[in-house]
Write a protein that binds this ligand. Structure first.
Ligand SMILES: [Zn+2]
Length: 67
């Protein structure tokens, strides 16, 4: 009876949009949903959104290491 609640747990928190999505890909230890992945592919470097994606992705590719 609780299958709906269980279903929700299959989703993961997307690092870009911050929403819980079931479909997506893993980049290192982070999760990017399919929608954001597609958005990033479509986004040109001149697009203001590109900066946002880069900023979000920097959290993944460059974990803060103080050394
Ligand atoms: Zn997303």
């Amino acid at each position: 009876m609780d299958y709906k609640l269980e279903n929700k747990q299959y989703g993961e928190n997307c690092v870009v949009c911050g929403q819980t999505k079931a479909a997506g890909l893993h980049l290192y230890t982070s999760f990017i949903c399919t929608e954001c992945e597609r958005s990033m592919i479509r986004t040109e470097t001149s697009d203001p959104n590109y900066k946002y994606f880069v900023h979000q992705l920097r959290k993944i590719t460059k974990p803060e290491i103080y050394s």
